[in-house]
Design a binder for this molecule. Structure first.
Ligand code: ACO
Length: 332
């Protein structure tokens, strides 16, 4: 229904600095064994010095645009999913616009935590299907290492920094690459994962308790929620796509925890070799984790194109997003 959409290009960028689990034992009471066995994570890339999430986003965007063969002047919208860009405003999307010269784009950011990339696909899809836009650039870029309490071993070991991007355009044939999308929000579960914004009251009124801008998480509740709810949400999205689960080649889940990924794999009866995971090298890069995993798996030949795939993410809010896609040759 509506105008068919093509996924034209994808790309990613991670910072050069790498922190291993052993490195973390220098500042935390933890161990490589604890982190690896509970999460599957071995190392993570993090921003260093004055590097920014916006700079990573710019590089990821350029890589995706290069693959898409779409002229930067033809980009109608830039949607950035970023927990924390360089500034609250200008938006991350506007900063990326300026750096890549996408002068005709309308730019804005969305906040949906780790589901941000899939939410952005949902928005871009509506714009293209309705004829409002022809070409949309999505950039998910996350510098969560700057929002960690580096004394809280229960949260800081889980995250890393990185950026991923995707270009969507009007299909030049009848094939629609976005077969289905399913987004969910459960604001009543907002306490599971939180990152407050800081801010001081006006000195003429009673002072407030200024919160620290750290991520806090109830890991057990997040885990329970995801393994209980996500499989049926994914099944629902697959059934909307008109395909059977057995007709889908790959599962590309949000890279939050290896145990969650394995639980999804078992529940959905996916062959482990068709479930894409790179959490060991990057940890949880929030909204960027799906495009990073997707681009890397295609570049490394772990995903053979053309193919069908489920992309599924979940995160603070709680938010959940799943899409069933067709991926053509040459996109990464
Ligand atoms: N190193 C060593 N010990 C640790 C560490 C650590 N890094 N972190 C916690 N521990 C200890 C705890 O203090 C606790 O010790 P205690 O028993 O003496 O009190 C023990 O390990 C067990 O802690 P739990 O929190 O019960 O560990 P659990 O088995 O639940 O694993 C984990 C924790 C890995 C966080 C898991 O709950 C999980 O992955 N949950 C899902 C998180 C997730 O997916 N988040 C994604 C969303 S993030 C987003 O959207 C921004």
């Amino acid at each position: 229904m509506g105008i068919p959409i093509k996924i034209a290009g994808i790309g990613f960028k991670v910072p050069d600095s790498v922190i291993t689990n052993d490195d973390l034992t220098k500042i935390l009471d933890t161990s490589d064994e604890w982190i690896r066995t509970r999460t599957g994570i071995e190392k993570r890339h993090v921003l260093s010095g004055n590097e920014t999430a916006v700079e990573m986003g710019i590089e990821a965007a350029k890589n995706a645009l290069l693959k898409s063969n779409i002229d930067v002047n033809s980009i109608d919208y830039i949607i950035a999913a970023a927990s924390l860009g360089t500034h609250v405003y200008p938006s991350t999307a506007c900063e990326i616009q300026s750096a890549i010269g996408a002068v005709n784009a309308v730019c804005f950011d969305i906040t949906a935590a780790c589901s941000g990339f899939i939410y952005a696909i949902g928005i871009a899809r509506s714009f293209i299907k309705s004829g409002e836009a022809k070409n949309v650039l999505i950039v998910a870029t996350e510098g969560l290492s700057r929002c960690m309490d580096w004394t809280d071993r229960a949260s800081c070991v889980l995250f890393g920094d990185g950026a991923g991007a995707m270009v969507l355009t009007v299909s030049d044939d009848t094939q629609d690459d976005i077969l289905a999308i399913d987004l969910k929000s459960e604001g009543n579960l907002g306490n599971f994962i939180k990152m407050p914004t800081p801010g001081k009251n006006c000195p003429l009124v009673e002072p407030n308790d200024e919160p620290k801008m750290f991520v806090t998480m109830n890991g057990k509740e997040v885990y329970k929620y995801v393994v209980t709810k996500l499989p049926s949400y994914i099944e629902n999205c697959v059934s909307k796509s008109g395909l059977k689960m057995s007709e889908i080649d790959y599962l590309v889940p949000h890279q939050a925890n290896m145990r969650i990924i394995e639980a999804l794999e078992q529940r959905l009866d996916f062959d482990p070799k068709n479930v894409i995971s790179n959490i060991q090298n990057y940890a949880n890069t929030s909204a960027a984790s799906i495009p990073i995993a997707l681009t890397e798996a295609i570049s490394q030949g772990k995903m053979k194109l053309p193919c069908t795939a489920i992309l599924t993410g979940f995160g603070a809010g709680m938010t959940v997003g799943t899409t069933v896609v067709r991926l053509r040759e040459g996109i990464a």
